[in-house]
Design a protein. Structure first.
Length: 77
């Protein structure tokens, strides 16, 4: 795993806290994972995108974002 440029797990609520930083997010309506630079409250300049398919659980991803930015932050890059 490349840890030289980590991407913080974010959802729409957390994105505004990381403007100018590299983030990893999933768009719930498009079922896509995007890694890139947060450049606005609701915008990411994509570097990498991946189709997650129809079975992607957005509720579980939202929970992951809360853990990765909360009390278990030290477990994530």
């Amino acid at each position: 795993m490349d840890t030289s440029s980590p991407a913080v797990f974010v959802n729409a609520e957390l994105l505004k806290m990381y403007i100018g930083r590299r983030v990893r997010s999933s768009a719930s309506n498009a079922k896509m994972k995007v890694i890139g630079i947060a450049d606005g409250n609701q915008s990411i300049r994509a570097e990498i995108s991946t189709d997650l398919g129809e079975n992607f659980d957005v509720v579980a991803y939202d929970g992951l974002c809360q853990l990765a930015n909360g009390k278990h932050r030290n477990l994530f890059l």
